[in-house]
Design a protein around this ligand. Structure first.
Ligand code: NI
Length: 179
């Protein structure tokens, strides 16, 4: 297990469409190591989600872990550590709502992004078992943010208003209270 360096906006890998994880790689030691490294990295950086391209591996793999309660994203629901391999997202309701998003690959900034708040996610877990999840609200936002990374997209691509891209300190000072 090891902490990996998270690549930042400007690194070309963040803009690539990641390739699917081959079925035969699931459950192998190298993929298990990558997942362990991603968990260590997520804990070390203090994030709530991490996609493999962010550690320089252009694979359709992401993890999410939210302790819940009061976080730097406000008061949010908990989600135990979950691994998503080759995920697919279906929008259940196109109605959107906005959240102030941040990204470990875009450190120090926040941006206000509107996304659908009701989605279904189908993916494989680390043992290759299929998982089906219905997610709402903040969790729906987090998953769409992570899955965007697998398609070479960053949340800043989705800002409706460029004026809503702000530094974290200014976010806390001027915007957080309005949530
Ligand atoms: Ni991100």
């Amino acid at each position: 297990m090891a902490i990996r360096r998270i690549i930042r906006m400007g690194h070309p890998t963040l803009r690539q469409v990641a390739r699917p994880v081959p079925r035969k790689a699931i459950g192998t030691a190298p993929l298990g190591r990558l997942i362990d490294d991603m968990v260590d990295t997520l804990h070390d950086y203090g994030g709530i989600g991490l996609a493999a391209p962010q550690v320089g591996e252009s694979l359709r793999l992401a993890i999410v872990e939210i302790t819940g309660g009061a976080t730097r994203y406000g008061d949010v629901p908990a989600m135990p550590l979950t691994v998503f391999i080759n995920p697919e997202v279906t929008i259940m309701n196109p109605e959107t709502a906005g959240n102030w998003e941040g990204c470990l690959s875009v450190p120090g900034l926040r941006g206000f992004v509107e996304r659908p708040q009701q989605i279904r996610v189908t993916a494989l877990n680390e043992s290759g078992a299929r998982q089906d999840l219905e997610l709402e609200g903040f969790l729906a936002t987090v998953f769409q943010h992570e899955f965007d990374h697998l398609d070479g997209r960053l949340y800043i691509d989705r800002l409706k208003d460029p004026a809503s891209l702000v530094f974290e300190n200014e976010y806390l000072r001027y915007h957080a209270a309005g949530d």
